[in-house]
Design a protein around this ligand. Structure first.
Ligand SMILES: [Zn+2]
Length: 99
């Protein structure tokens, strides 16, 4: 018989708990976003930061279509991912369309 029914059981592998306990989030993370308290900077997962320029602005480069912004405002970046980027995956796009 070549029926490999065992395959079905692979998904039910018993979960082995990680030996480490969950640590509280380090305070170093995202000190700049304290105002909103939310991870507003998640948009930066999709951009590479450039600069800062002499003007004081921070630039951004889209990791997907490589478009660059000289003054990277989070709202612009989100708009780019949601409405403009030709290469971003539908999954990511949907995330930002909801905002
Ligand atoms: Zn893009």
């Amino acid at each position: 018989m070549s029926f490999e029914e065992d395959i079905w059981f692979e998904e039910t592998t018993p979960f082995t708990p990680a030996p480490e306990l969950e640590q509280p989030e380090p305070e170093l993370e995202e000190t700049l976003s304290k105002k909103s308290g939310r991870k507003k900077k998640a948009i930066w997962e999709h951009f590479e930061s450039i600069g800062p320029y002499k003007s004081g602005h921070t630039g951004a480069k889209c990791l997907y279509c490589l478009k660059t912004y000289k003054n990277a405002k989070p709202t612009d970046l989100e708009d780019h991912i949601a409405n403009q980027c030709p290469k971003v995956t539908a999954d990511i796009k949907t995330t930002y369309l909801r905002i």
